[in-house]
Design a protein around this ligand. Structure first.
Ligand code: FES
Length: 165
């Protein structure tokens, strides 16, 4: 099954490319566009985008692999990304992660059967002062503890996307 950049996408991409002096500078914004549309960045999408931008496939793949914000497989509706670096670790991230594993009965890299949650660990999110931190899709939830985490999960299960806490 191939991935095709639609004409609509190409028009949008041309618009984005025009904002930058060099075509390759639009790589990350375009990857975001693909992820927004498809929910993840498939190998075929990387290949098509590399051709579109006239960049080596290896360059596109390296960017997608480096940035944990890009999903390489279909993710759940809510992508729970627990920071695994030192400040968050010291502030209780391992306990939060264990709680999530147990409660959702999934391991890192897995998605719940209902397609609602994907669980990952990620490198420092740059919000160490309010550790422990978890990113959900594009938003950060800071100073987390088990109680806040449970309340957040309940909200998400009921379709409520709470403001940051
Ligand atoms: S160590 Fe977790 S945000 Fe920096």
């Amino acid at each position: 099954m191939g991935f095709k950049l639609t004409e609509e996408f190409k028009a949008k991409a041309a618009h984005i490319c025009a904002r930058y002096p060099r075509r390759d500078a639009s790589l990350i914004p375009l990857l975001h566009e693909i992820q927004e549309e498809a929910g993840y960045v498939a190998e075929e999408a990387m290949d098509e985008l590399a051709r579109f931008l006239e960049l080596p496939y290896s360059r596109v793949k390296a960017v997608v692999t480096f940035y944990t914000m890009f999903n390489r497989e279909p993710a759940g509706k809510y992508h729970l990304q627990v920071c695994r670096n030192i400040s968050c670790h010291m502030a209780g991230a391992p306990g939060l992660l264990g709680h999530l594993r147990e409660k959702l009965t999934i391991a890192e890299g897995e998605t719940t059967a209902d397609g609602l949650f994907t669980l990952s660990t990620v490198e420092c999110l740059g919000a160490c002062g309010s550790a422990p931190v978890m990113q959900v899709n594009e938003d950060y939830f800071e100073n987390l503890n088990i109680e806040k985490l449970d309340s957040l999960l309940e909200d998400l299960k009921h379709g409520k996307y709470p403001s940051k806490r």
